[in-house]
Design a protein around this ligand. Structure first.
Ligand SMILES: Cc1cc2nc3c(=O)[nH]c(=O)nc-3n(C[C@H](O)[C@H](O)[C@H](O)COP(=O)(O)OP(=O)(O)OC[C@H]3O[C@@H](n4cnc5c(N)ncnc54)[C@H](O)[C@@H]3O)c2cc1C
Length: 305
């Protein structure tokens, strides 16, 4: 399965730079220059770094006959995220002696945990991602997940029309007329946004050419918070997204499901691919498969650890 996931990762343009997987998404433009994207871009920007050696002093403090000191010398090196969660699980029963589960059996260790729903040790490992090429509709769905996650999303109140981009749904890409209408619509949205912002700026600054810097920021916010009202759901809404492994597993199970909405499914599949490349053990129970339309779905027998 892991080879299959790695193959799909590469097919989707995935690459690993300095140990961080990413699936980038190219930018397209309409004839009049409005930028848009056709797929989610997912870049892992942070992952756990585990100081296993740091346990040594603690373990040396116990009776030498318990053999705890060998724990930090396991010859098999795990991904830092797996090691962190495994050590967290093993401190519960002080399982540091020779009869502990060794690292070569880490996959079986986690399978026992997730199959019995003991997922709390997975909360120690957090991953952060830059997400882009995703529409406001998709981020509206993603931010409904509350437990174990963090979001920092573009503020349409703050940024100007210069960074406006849009996202084309898969259905529009497959039909010339729908694609033409999409391009026409986003050109119009960009034009109307600029016209409205200009009109509002004119109204704001009338009679007050020397605004203070503070006031100017405030005035710009007032302009943009009004102008954004006409932006469609297909406006891009990039964010930095962080989740712990327990939360990420739940989100992948809900959103990469065959019945999930297609855009958020494309996002969840890419999140899964970056995660399984980074830690094949914590996500080793997942199967990725192809649907009749060529898109992908991810499933596991051990839902909601
Ligand atoms: C296919 C699909 C269709 C959907 N349709 C709609 C819709 O029509 N309308 C709509 O409003 N939403 C809809 N949603 C969103 C859905 O209802 C959830 O809000 C969203 O999926 C977040 O998942 P979650 O509730 O598991 O929360 P998460 O924050 O991901 O939480 C994970 C788990 O933690 C526990 N948990 C979290 N917060 C609490 C809490 N406050 N109290 C107790 N336990 C908690 C729960 O067990 C929860 O499952 C849809 C979702 C999907 C996948």
């Amino acid at each position: 399965m892991k080879e299959h996931a790695a193959e799909i990762f590469r097919e989707l343009g995935g690459e690993v730079l300095s140990g961080y997987p990413a699936i980038h998404s190219p930018v397209f433009r309409t004839a009049s220059g409005t930028p848009y994207l056709r797929a989610p871009g997912v870049v892992m920007v942070a992952k756990p770094q585990t100081n296993l050696e740091g346990l040594a002093g603690f373990l040396e403090g116990f009776d030498a006959g318990l053999g705890f000191t060998q724990y930090v010398r396991d010859p098999i090196r795990l991904p830092d995220s797996s090691q962190l969660c495994k050590s967290a699980g093993q401190i519960c029963y002080m399982s540091f002696g020779p009869r502990r589960t060794k690292n070569d059996n880490a996959a079986g260790y986690f399978e026992r945990l997730v199959s019995s729903g003991h997922g709390s040790v997975l909360e120690h490992a957090n991953f952060s991602f830059l997400l882009y090429g995703i529409s406001r509709s998709t981020t509206h769905e993603l931010v409904r997940h509350r437990a174990g996650v963090g979001f920092s999303q573009v503020s349409q109140r703050y940024v100007s029309g210069n960074v406006l981009r849009f996202v084309e749904r898969p259905e529009y890409r497959q039909d010339d007329e729908l694609h033409r209408l999409f391009e026409e619509r986003i050109d119009r949205a960009r034009r109307e946004y600029e016209e409205l912002a200009e009109r509002l700026i004119g109204l704001q600054s009338e009679g007050d050419a020397a605004l203070s810097a503070d006031y100017r920021t405030d005035a710009r916010k007032k302009v943009q918070q009004t102008a954004r009202s006409l932006l469609p759901n297909e406006t891009e809404a990039p964010m930095i997204f962080t989740g712990n492994v327990r939360a990420l597993r739940h989100i992948i199970e809900m959103r990469a499901d065959a019945h999930a909405e297609s855009e958020i499914r494309a996002l969840a599949v890419r999140l899964f691919l970056c995660l399984v490349i980074s830690d094949p053990i914590l996500f080793g129970d997942y199967e990725i498969s192809e649907l009749p339309d060529g898109s992908h779905t991810v499933s596991t027998p051990y839902r909601k650890a």
